[in-house]
Design a protein around this ligand. Structure first.
Ligand SMILES: Nc1ncnc2c1ncn2[C@@H]1O[C@H](COP(=O)(O)OP(=O)(O)OP(=O)(O)O)[C@@H](O)[C@H]1O
Ligand SMILES: [Mg+2]
Length: 265
């Protein structure tokens, strides 16, 4: 475990802002193995409050694993991760609270199938945040309106389209008042016509100042919403830059190769 990780300069990024209270998520020297596979290699990544970071990279490069370590769905072998200055708790109530501070939206919507849309958005508030039922319902309805599915509140997830279900999943995460939201390919399982309605909700969240880490292949979203693009390959952060810089002037061969594949398809 090394406290003095070599931090790489972030061209155009927040490298000249002091390491301060505005650092919301800080990974330093993070390593993770799956057996012989070194899936995260010396990851140093600092995400500021209100920042939107888009993570891209080839399949298997460790993007999902990175997200999953941030809310401790995966443990790490060495290094440290702090959220708002606090190290990730290992287990128990503390961990449950941390998980609700870190909202996560996956490719598969993961809604509770036997609960209504409204109940899905109320449940965590009641169980983890100990919110009173009436207040939880009021908040759930407001959030469902905000993501454009207020009229679906009494339906079950299976009765909704994929895009609607994903927006419910976003509302459910938001109901916990998370400090940061992680999105792992939130639109890759959706039919094309539903992708935009989900991206628009995410764009609005970004404009509202939510701190977000987004793994996505939607380069339009990266260009318009991201403050920073982080490019991963083989378990490492190879390059990070503003979207303008990254897309117009990728520096590494890996990034050039990756971009030529996804942009000319
Ligand atoms: N639970 C696990 N056990 C063993 N190996 C795993 C596990 N989860 C992921 N891996 C491996 O770790 C590597 C990184 O996986 P990860 O899912 O983080 O990549 P990714 O960048 O999200 O890829 P994709 O773009 O395909 O989603 C892959 O080689 C994957 O097979
Ligand atoms: Mg993945």
């Amino acid at each position: 475990m090394s406290g003095e990780s070599v931090s790489q300069p972030v061209p155009g990024g927040p490298e000249d802002t002091p390491h301060a209270a505005d650092d919301l998520v800080v990974l330093s020297g993070v390593n993770k193995h799956f057996g012989a596979l070194h899936v995260l290699q010396d990851i140093d990544l600092t995400i500021s409050r209100g920042e939107v970071v888009v993570v891209i990279g080839p399949s298997g490069s460790g993007k999902s694993t990175l997200c999953r370590t941030i809310n401790r769905l995966e443990s790490i072998d060495s290094g440290s991760i702090t959220i708002d200055g606090k190290p990730l708790p290992a287990e128990g109530k503390e961990l449950a609270r941390l998980r609700s501070d870190v909202g996560m939206v996956f490719q598969s919507f993961n809604l509770f199938a036997h609960k209504t849309v409204l109940e899905n958005v109320m449940l965590g508030q009641i169980k983890v945040r100990k919110t009173e039922k009436k207040a939880a319902e009021t908040k759930a309805r407001a959030l469902l309106d905000r993501v454009g599915v207020g009229t679906q509140a009494d339906k079950y997830p299976a009765q909704l389209s994929g895009g609607q279900q994903q927006r419910v999943a976003i509302a459910r995460a938001l109901a916990m008042d998370p400090k940061v939201m992680l999105f792992d390919e939130p639109t890759s399982a959706l039919d094309p016509e539903m992708i935009n309605e989900v991206l628009e909700v995410m764009q609005q969240l970004a404009r509202d100042g939510m701190t977000m880490v987004v793994v996505t292949h939607e380069m339009g979203f990266a260009r318009s919403a991201a403050n920073r693009v982080v490019f991963m390959a083989d378990g490492r952060i190879v390059e990070q830059a503003t979207p303008e810089e990254f897309f117009s002037n990728p520096r590494s061969d890996r990034a050039k190769d990756f971009l030529s594949k996804i942009l000319h398809h």
